[in-house]
Structures are given as structure tokens and as C-alpha cells.
Design a protein around this ligand. Structure first.
Ligand code: PEP
Ligand code: MG
Length: 908
């Protein structure tokens, strides 16, 4: 690896990298290069590639020997462009050192700023800037960051009690201010800061056993190593797991000349989005702070000012916008916004700094956005001609569609409720839950099945797991670009930030609402309206945000590119109707047993129980005859709701003991109907008990032992079809046999179907009924023998719930006991019951498709396990050549989009 190029320079409108080199340079590095190529004002610097990160880890956490010479050569170029020298006593160049992975991981890795300040460079730097306060302030920030990131965290020295070096230094700063009677950091003068810096260094040495390095080069080398190290920090690992970012990618390191937003009132720093990231509206949107460094905006320590009129809201309208305070620089920035959007053809998130009235661009990347914003922007940009239809379809993450169908506060109920505190609307929709005050509690409560709202002073990257577990997030501090807002928006999670009237007391796990006597305590139920920024006490009714015409237009576009079918799993006419509205092209799984649960199920359930507990065929047939009418009614209504589209009816599947009555009343009722004693009923029930019901008397095995049950169901399907045809309808029933492992089971059931078919045709005087006969594939043996199964079956539908259970040997009902351990220990990349295990179960699927189609080339193949609505699994199904996926009604749009994106990605 010695000949590879490890460092890429940028600056002075030139760059060795470009936007499409993200894998090598990370997102930040590639885009910094691109901005230089676009002629934008970017402080010069260089990017160390992600490959070096891999080398670093392969090399036992040592930098490759060739790296630092290449770094110093690149530094020389940076020095020439900036007209300053790193470590120079009279004209020192300071640099920042930041991470930059391929895909953005906001705040998850470490950064060191102001590198290069030392006893050798400080005097000259003071002379040059003529601003000793600024220099000493920069120095004490460097000591804090370096000690925290490089000397403590990256060395694994961070104490678990939270009293790390950063906290210790923060406390020293507070104590110093207290002693002097100062209110804010800005009251500290140059001498104070100089004194503090000296004290800081002493504390660092005493606490960490090493002196803070007084040498620019040593500082930079230490910082580079620390950034690489932070790739494997706890929070970065946990973020990657949530976002599905591979561990092997590694991070790049960006070293860039420092520019300062904290050099007085002609300096400033800000963060902006080229369009509104919450709504998608085509307005420039952002926040800025005068006389501040970038971290001040993102950390949420000060409430930032609005960038312009479009960004003003109830909370910040009294603060001066950049448009008002620095009109010409604002114009320049607004112009850069246009250049960037035209070039990147996307909404970007940008960071800028103004140093003594000169504007610099520090970063740009595709901005995180809510699902609503993603959809609106995709449709707007299409209309503006910025992107084409295919691009528009790929711009919305399928998982984000969920959020568009997310609940909102019922407006009528909300009107009647009293707003207890207000904040900034950072993440859309509504959330109801019990208040918790720590990320750990959020995770614990969530695992207990509670819905929680995570209430924090402000969030930081350590909180991500808890934020993920929470229904909604509420913070007392921070702006629209604070950590909480960025992360929540990325996930489409309801979030309110900067509710300044909340005084959070972490020690007592409570929060007081200033000016009122309301105190929120752990476990209190509250409601967030993340679209408005309102917090309410108690639970407000939520409702679905449906019928958005933008959404309908987008989905039409999606279907233009979709090649694979999308059906739904529905067991009632009502579900069928909803799924049809969401675009389902049929029912891929109708679980016939569901008519025995829920509303209106009493009588059919009673008759089913009667049938189950019957003594002998004749008694069973009597019960089945009574049940027939109910089954037929249900089947007919569902085919009617799906008129013109296929409906796959699965024959009875669950083990019968599930239906045996447990309570005395029901047992007595049955005993009476059957003319036997209650004891006899209980005894017959007990005889159905099995040790392993999932592998017991269920699925097709029921039909083998009780063919009259299959017969009744099949008759109901055929008779409903004929009746519907006679009513002028167009039914397309499909009969599906569950839990099969051999073609003989299919042949056995087919004989019953053929017999009933003949009987129904002659009874109704019809020549033919259009129907299909097929099987679920949910046992590995059926996969292995798929060629034989296809001799009898016209279609396969993968029951990946059972297929996953049978392949892993993991009981689908008992995974709660161990799956989290597997995920935490990274022994599995994802829950295989949610996302198809492509390595194992996926192989079985591919093999079955091949074998099945070898026998029957026009074999239709679908999937109806839970994974059918999971975007990654949908893409897999597309690649495996499936005819359709089938999923729950609310996931139909997600599956449609995932299927369309899969065919676009495959270039089909
Ligand atoms: C399956 O096993 O994937 C399936 C759809 O059937 P059920 O969940 O009803 O067992
Ligand atoms: Mg199954």
C-alpha cells in the first residue's frame, strides 16, 4: 500500500478530489473539493482518505509511516494558498481536524479546532490579530477539545461517572466566572482567559498524566489519530447500527485552515439549508450567531438568530436576521445557495463562517429532511427541471413514507387542550408518551413496552439509542439545527427543541415550566405537536394524515417505474379497502382463521369450537355446515372489496388448541351445544395439547386429518366466486395451502379442490371458475424440493415468518428473550423476522424460485411474511425475481416505493 495517494488537497478554486469521490474522501471531503471547483470561497486544506482509516485499524491503531510526510507536503500547499504557516511564530496558520464518513453521521465523531496554538505561536498570533482576548479564548477552547477528544476519549480514559476532563474544565470555567461575579463567557477578558488556560493545562496534566502538547505538529498528529479512533467510539458504533452504515467504511479526516466567526461583531457563523428541511418549502432556511464559532450554533448553547425573514418564527422573531444585519454578505450567501443547488441538484445543508466581513464556506452536504419535505422537494425539483422523474422517485426514502402517513394531533381535541410550553417545531407529526429524563431510561421503558417522550436539557450524540426508542423528543435548549433536531429530522421523529421555559432538573428527574406551577415528573403523560412546537399535558387523540394530493401524485410517478407487484395481507373487507386505497394490487395473504378473532367473531368462533371438539366426522360435518355460511360471507365480502384483483385465501393454518375455550362459561356453553359434560369438553381440549405446536398439528396437516375442513373452506371460495360473477363482479380467488413440505400434501388437497369445483360448477350451472392453486413455502424442505412442489402448485408464496423460524431454529414467539443480545453483540446485522436474512433464508428463496420455475416457467412467486413491507427485503425480492410482495395495508406505499427504487437502481 506504499504507493497509494493518501492525501488530497483543496483550495484556491482548485482541488484534487471531486463530488463523486465520497467513498474515498468521505462526504465532507468530496464536497469541499467540489465547492472549490465551483469557485466558492473555501478555506484551503486537505483530506486524508478513508483507506487510511482502514490501514490505521489494520495496523493496530498506528498511522501508516508514509502518512505524515504526505500530510506535511499538503500542509505546505495549504500554507501557500492561505499565505500563512503552520506553527510559525509570526504568522501562524491554525487548522481544524474533522471526521467525514461517506454518509453523514452528525456529531457522532470528534473534531478538534484551533490546532497550532502553542507558546511559540501565541505571541505572534496576538500581534497579528491585535486581539489578545480572542487568541486566549481560542487557546482555552483548543485545550478543552484536545484534552477531551485526543487525550481522554481516544485513549479510552473517559470515566464512567461523567466527570471527564471536559466536565472538569467546564466546572473550572464556571467557578472562575462565579468568583469574578461574571454572568456570561463574554465577560471574561484576555487576562482571565490566559489565567484559565494555564490552570486548564495544569488540570489536564494532573488528571490525565500527560502534558497538553505545546507543539503544533504533535497537536495535528494527535488529532488525526483521535478522529480515526472516534470511528469506533461508542456513539458512532451505535449510530451506524441504527442507520445501517457498514463498520468497514471508515472515516476520512479533513484538515482545513481555520477561519474565525468569533473575531468580533463583523464575524459570525451559521448553518443553513437551501430549502426548509421540515416542510420542503423552497425558501432559504437557517440560523446564525454573531461572534461565535460553529459549535455554538449546533451545541444549542445560545438560541441562534434567524438567517432571514423566511426563518423567523414565534421564538426568534425578536432576534436580528443576517439579511437585516449583514445584507451584502447575505446576498453573497444566497447566491451561493443557488450555485450549490444547481450543481448538486439537491437540498443541501451548509455551514459558513464570516471572518471580519469575509464569507467562507466550511461544508455542504445533502440535508437531512422530514418525509414531508423529501416528498415536496422531489416534486418541486421535478417541476423546476432540476431533476428527472427517476431521480424524484429515489429522493424519498421508503422508510420516510411511513412518516407521511404518521399520526397528527386531532385538531378538534388539540383546540380544547392547553399548551403547557412551546418550543421549536423540529420534527413533524405528533407523539404521546410518558416522560423520561435519560436516554437509558428511554431504552429500558421502551423495552418494557412503554411509549415514552425523552425530555432533555439538550441531547448529545450519546443519547441516540434513547432518542430512537422514544416516540418523541423534547429539549429545553437548542435551535432547529441542534443535535436533537438534526437526528430527529433524519428519522422523521416527532421532536420539539428549545422549549426555553422548561427548567430541567436531571437529579430529581423533573422539569418545571417557568412562570407556572406545572412540574413534569417521570412517567407523566404528555403530547407533542412537532409540527407546531406545542407541548400538552395528558394524551391528545391522534389521527392519520391521509389524502395528501402531493402524495398521490408522487405515488403515481413511483408506479411508473415499478416492475414488481405489491399486494397486501388483509383478513377483513375493511382492511382490504384501506389497502386498495394505498395501492394494493390484490391480497397476497388472507388468513382465514382471522374471522374467529375480534369484532363479530363470537358466533363463528363458537361454531369452530364446536367443530374442533366434535366427536367423529359426522358430528364435525354438522358443525362445519353451520360454520359454512359465516365463512362464505367473509370470503365473498373480501373478494367484493378487491373486485377485479386476485385474493389469495390460505386454508386454515393454526394449531387447533389455540381455539379451545379456556374459561368456564364458554366451556359450559359448548358442553350444552354438544350434549356432553363440561369435564368432557375440557378433556377433549386437553387432548389437543401439543409440546411444539408450531411444528405440530397445523397447516396442511389439519386438512390431511380433517379433509372436511378444507372442503368447507374451498366450497365457500368457489360458491362466493360464482355468486359474485352472477352479480356482474370479477373475482380472482387463489387457494393457498400452508405449511407444506411435500408435493403429496398438495396433490392430496388438490383432489379435494377438484371434487368441490365439479360440485359447485354443476350446482350453479357454470362451466368454469377462474382460480389458481398454490402453496406457501415456509419449510426448508419445501424449498429443497421446490421443483416437485411446482408440479402441483401454480404459485408459491414465501411465508418468511415461518421460513425464518424453521431456518434459524429461532421460535418466532420467543425471540424476545435473546434477539437483542444478538443485535447488541453484532452477531446478526438485523432482526431476521423484520428484514430477510439474505445470506441464509435468502439462499433458500432464490433456490426455490429457480427450481420452481424450472418445472413451471410461468410460476407466480410472492412473499407474504412480515418482511414483505421492509424496503431492504423488497429490493431483495425484486432481485430474486419475485412476481409480487405482500405486506400490511399501511406498508403498501412503502413497498411500492421500495420496489420502484429497486428497479431504477437495477437500471430496469
Ligand atoms: C409466514 O409464516 O410467513 C406467514 C405469512 O404465515 P403466518 O405468519 O400466518 O404463519
Ligand atoms: Mg406461516
Amino acid at each position: 500500500m506504499s504507493n497509494i495517494k493518501r492525501v488530497y488537497s483543496f483550495g484556491a478554486k482548485k482541488a484534487e478530489g471531486k463530488a463523486d469521490m465520497k467513498n474515498l474522501l468521505g462526504g465532507k471531503g468530496a464536497n469541499l473539493a467540489e465547492m472549490c471547483l465551483l469557485g466558492l470561497p473555501v478555506p484551503a486544506g486537505f483530506t486524508i482518505t478513508t483507506e487510511v482509516c482502514t490501514e490505521y485499524y489494520e495496523n493496530d491503531c498506528q498511522l501508516p509511516a508514509e502518512l505524515m510526510p504526505e500530510v506535511w507536503a499538503a500542509m505546505q500547499k495549504t500554507e501557500e494558498t492561505m499565505g500563512m504557516k503552520f506553527g510559525d511564530p509570526t504568522n501562524a496558520l491554525l487548522v481544524s481536524c474533522r471526521s467525514g464518513a461517506r454518509s453523514s453521521m452528525p456529531g457522532m465523531m470528534d473534531t478538534v479546532l484551533n490546532i497550532g496554538l502553542s507558546s511559540a505561536t501565541i505571541p505572534g498570533f496576538i500581534k497579528k490579530t491585535n486581539n489578545p482576548r480572542f487568541v486566549w479564548d481560542s487557546y482555552r477552547r483548543l485545550i478543552m477539545m484536545y484534552a477531551d477528544v485526543v487525550m481522554e476519549k481516544s485513549e479510552g480514559l473517559e470515566p464512567s461517572d461523567g466527570r471527564g476532563i471536559r466536565k472538569q474544565l467546564d466546572d473550572m470555567l464556571d467557578a472562575f466566572k462565579h468568583k469574578k461575579g461574571y454572568k456570561s463567557d463574554t465577560d471574561l477578558n484576555a487576562d482571565d482567559l490566559k489565567l484559565l488556560a494555564e490552570d486548564f493545562k495544569k488540570r489536564v496534566h494532573a488528571s490525565l498524566g500527560q502534558p497538553f502538547p505545546d507543539d503544533a505538529k504533535a497537536q495535528l498528529e494527535g488529532s488525526i489519530k483521535a478522529v480515526f479512533k472516534s470511528w469506533n467510539g461508542k456513539k458512532a458504533i451505535s449510530y451506524r447500527r441504527i442507520e445501517g452504515i457498514p463498520d468497514e467504511w471508515g472515516t476520512a479526516v479533513n484538515v482545513q485552515a481555520m477561519v474565525f466567526g468569533n473575531m468580533g461583531d463583523s464575524s459570525a457563523t451559521g448553518v443553513a439549508f437551501t430549502r426548509n428541511p421540515a416542510t420542503g418549502e423552497n425558501v432559504f432556511y437557517g440560523e446564525w450567531l454573531i461572534n461565535a464559532q460553529g459549535e455554538d450554533v449546533v451545541a444549542g448553547i445560545r438560541t441562534p438568530n434567524p438567517l432571514n425573514n423566511d426563518t423567523k418564527n414565534d421564538q426568534n422573531s425578536h432576534l436580528k436576521s443576517m439579511q437585516e444585519a449583514m445584507p451584502s454578505t447575505y446576498k453573497e450567501l444566497a447566491n451561493i445557495r443557488d450555485i450549490l443547488e444547481t450543481s448538486f441538484k439537491d437540498m443541501l445543508d451548509i455551514e459558513f463562517t464570516i471572518q471580519e466581513n469575509v464569507l467562507y464556506m466550511l461544508q455542504c452536504r445533502a440535508g437531512k429532511r422530514t418525509g414531508t419535505a423529501a416528498l415536496n422537494m422531489a416534486m418541486d425539483m421535478l417541476k423546476e427541471g432540476l431533476i428527472d422523474e427517476k431521480k424524484a422517485v429515489t429522493r424519498v426514502d421508503p422508510a420516510q413514507l411511513d412518516e407521511l402517513l404518521h399520526p397528527i394531533c386531532d385538531p378538534a381535541a388539540e383546540k380544547k387542550s392547553h399548551v403547557v410550553v412551546k418550543g421549536l417545531p423540529a420534527g413533524p407529526g405528533a407523539a404521546v408518551g410518558k416522560v423520561v429524563f435519560t436516554a437509558e431510561d428511554a431504552v429500558i421503558w421502551f423495552r418494557k413496552g412503554e411509549k415514552v417522550i425523552l425530555l432533555r436539557e439538550e441531547t448529545n450524540p450519546e443519547d441516540v439509542e434513547g432518542m430512537r426508542a422514544a416516540e418523541g423528543i423534547l429539549t429545553a435548549r437548542g435551535g432547529m439545527t441542534s443535535h436533537a433536531a438534526l437526528v430527529a429530522r433524519g428519522w422523521g421523529k416527532c421532536c420539539i427543541v428549545g422549549a426555553g421555559h422548561l427548567h430541567v432538573d436531571a437529579a430529581t428527574k423533573s422539569a418545571k415550566v417557568a412562570g407556572t406551577d406545572v412540574i413534569l415528573k417521570e412517567g407523566d403523560v404528555i403530547t407533542l405537536n412537532g409540527t407546531k412546537g406545542n407541548v400538552y399535558l395528558g394524551a391528545i387523540t391522534l389521527m392519520d394524515a391521509t389524502e395528501n394530493p402531493r402524495f398521490q401524485d408522487f405515488m403515481k410517478l413511483v408506479d411508473k417505474f415499478r416492475k414488481m407487484g405489491v399486494r397486501t395481507n388483509a383478513d377483513t373487507p375493511a382492511d382490504a379497502k384501506i389497502a386498495r386505497e394505498y395501492g394494493a394490487e390484490g391480497i397476497g395473504l388472507f388468513r382465514t382463521e382471522h374471522m374467529f378473532y375480534g369484532e363479530g367473531a363470537d358466533q363463528p368462533l363458537f361454531l369452530l369450537r364446536k367443530m374442533i371438539l366434535s366427536n367423529g366426522v359426522e358430528e364435525r360435518k354438522v358443525a362445519l355446515n353451520e360454520l359454512f355460511a359465516y365463512v362464505k360471507k367473509d370470503i365473498k365480502a373480501t373478494m367484493d372489496a378487491m373486485d377485479g384483483l386476485p385474493v389469495t385465501f390460505r386454508l386454515l393454518d393454526p394449531p387447533l388448541h389455540e381455539f379451545v375455550p379456556q374459561n368456564a362459561d364458554k366451556q359450559a356453553e359448548l358442553a350444552k351445544a354438544l350434549g356432553i359434560s363440561v369435564e368432557a369438553v375440557a378433556k377433549r381440549g386437553e387432548s389437543l395439547h401439543e409440546s411444539n405446536p408450531m411444528m405440530g398439528h397445523r397447516g396442511v396437516r389439519l386438512g390431511v386429518t380433517y379433509p372436511e375442513v378444507s372442503e368447507m373452506q374451498i366450497r365457500a371460495i368457489f360458491e362466493s366466486s360464482v355468486e359474485l360473477i352472477k352479480e356482474g363482479k370479477d373475482p380472482h380467488p387463489e387457494i393457498m395451502v400452508p405449511v407444506t413440505c411435500d408435493v403429496s400434501e398438495l396433490d392430496f388437497t388438490k383432489k379435494i379442490a377438484d371434487k368441490v369445483y365439479g360440485e359447485v360448477c354443476s350446482k350453479f350451472g357454470v362451466k368454469a371458475i377462474d382460480y389458481k392453486y398454490g402453496t406457501m413455502i415456509e419449510i426448508p424442505r419445501a424449498c429443497l424440493l421446490a421443483d416437485r412442489m411446482a408440479k402441483s402448485a401454480e404459485f408459491f408464496s414465501f411465508g418468511t415468518n415461518d421460513l425464518t423460524q424453521m431456518s434459524f431454529g429461532f421460535s418466532r414467539d420467543d425471540i424476545g428473550g435473546f434477539l437483542n443480545e444478538y443485535l447488541d453483540k453484532k452477531m446478526l446485522p438485523a432482526d431476521p423476522f423484520q428484514t430477510i436474512d439474505q445470506d441464509g433464508v435468502g439462499q433458500l428463496i432464490k433456490m426455490s424460485v429457480e427450481k420452481g420455475r424450472a418445472t413451471r416457467p410461468d410460476l407466480k412467486v410472492g412473499i407474504c411474511g412480515e418482511q414483505g413491507g421492509d424496503p431492504a427485503s423488497v429490493e431483495f425480492c425484486f432481485k430474486a425475481g419475485l412476481t409480487y410482495v405482500s405486506c400490511s395495508p399501511y406498508r403498501v406505499p412503502i413497498a411500492r416505493l421500495a420496489a420502484a427504487q429497486a428497479s431504477i437502481r437495477a437500471g430496469k
